[in-house]
Ligand binder design. Structure first.
Ligand SMILES: NC(=O)c1ccc[n+]([C@@H]2O[C@H](COP(=O)([O-])OP(=O)(O)OC[C@H]3O[C@@H](n4cnc5c(N)ncnc54)[C@H](OP(=O)(O)O)[C@@H]3O)[C@@H](O)[C@H]2O)c1
Length: 292
């Protein structure tokens, strides 16, 4: 999402650092870089041999349409087909491994989505499908018509923006913001139906308002705990922030937005750390969440 203004050389360096660190999956969306801009930057900077293409997974998303008057959402058959073809051209590839519906379209017609998915799947242009920011009810509605498994749901999750996880800890408690269910229990629905959850903005405090890492004004205790655990496990605080997400038994995939190769390496190292239960809960409470 953040590579649009990077040089070809810097994009290649980021890609190589990611591959060397064991990353195989790369997340895109039609709307990143306004219109297929980031996909184009990736496609023109990174030349993929056929064996390298087979070794990685390219994921993109469809459904957000920017206009000068703000964005709107479009899951129509025509838009899905057109946008995926544009993505393939921009990425310079014959297929994407995963296509996600980016944000729920209030005007969705599940039969239209199904027709588009069938056509893209049969043509070998999309191998797997999923959604992003969808509630369990919205997923179930799509499943009424869509024949392919909806295998992914990409949702916002970081230590500090963790309602997906923390709501269930304080279910049915009065007067506590944390106990408000904001997503109709995406977490347990995904685990019950074998949907892989992907965590977007893993280091952001909230909605694009900066990272909690190193923010001692707002998150002093959290940063103390991250530093202590980082030295105990021989990784960085960035690594522990990733380890906190990957420790969850839902096996979240962490969607990094960093453009910094060292942060990719630090994150990958963190994903190899398995925090104990006590450590995991300590991070949670240090971020200000309630464990009743
Ligand atoms: N499905 C959706 O609706 C949705 C929405 C938003 C994002 N996404 C996806 O999720 C990805 C990640 O989102 P994101 O980029 O918001 O997440 P992020 O990884 O939490 O944030 C990355 C940003 O934080 C900065 N950063 C990271 N660590 C830092 C540190 N220690 N100190 C200062 N700055 C630091 C990075 O700067 P540097 O580049 O300098 O490291 C970068 O600007 C996106 O690229 C996109 O693919 C999906």
């Amino acid at each position: 999402m953040r590579i649009n203004d990077m040089s070809d050389e810097d994009i290649r360096e980021l890609y190589t650092a990611s591959r060397d660190a064991g990353v195989t999956m790369f997340d895109h969306a039609a709307v990143y870089g306004v219109w297929h801009g980031c996909e184009q930057r990736f496609g023109s900077a990174v030349t993929l041999s056929s064996s390298e293409r087979a070794a990685i997974q390219l994921q993109t998303k469809v459904g957000i349409r920017p206009t000068p008057n703000g964005a709107y959402f479009d899951f129509s058959y025509e838009h899905i087909i057109e946008s995926v073809h544009e993505s393939l051209e921009a990425l310079q590839t014959d297929y994407v491994d995963v296509l996600l519906l980016h944000r729920p379209d209030a005007l969705v017609e599940p039969d239209e989505v199904a027709r588009a998915f069938d056509e893209l799947h049969a043509a070998g242009k999309v191998h797997h499908f999923g959604v992003s920011n969808h509630t369990p009810g919205q997923v179930e509605l799509l499943k009424k018509s869509v024949r392919q498994p909806l295998a992914f749901n990409q949702v916002q999750l970081s230590i500090t923006h963790a309602n997906v996880i923390t709501q269930g800890l304080t279910a049915n408690m009065a007067g506590l913001d944390q106990s408000i269910d904001r997503d109709n229990d995406i977490l347990n629905h995904a685990r019950l139906h074998d949907v892989t959850l992907q965590a977007w903005s893993p280091f952001q405090k909230g909605f694009f308002d900066g990272v909690f890492l190193g923010d001692r004004e707002q998150y002093a205790e959290l940063n103390d705990v991250l530093e202590e655990l980082a030295s105990a496990h021989g990784v960085t605080p960035t690594g522990i922030a990733v380890a906190w997400i990957t420790r969850h038994p839902a096996h979240f995939q962490v969607v990094l937005g960093t453009t910094n190769p060292q942060r990719v390496r630090d994150s990958a190292a963190g994903s190899d750390v398995e925090l104990s239960r006590e450590e995991w809960y300590r991070v949670l409470t240090a971020a200000g969440h309630t464990v009743p």
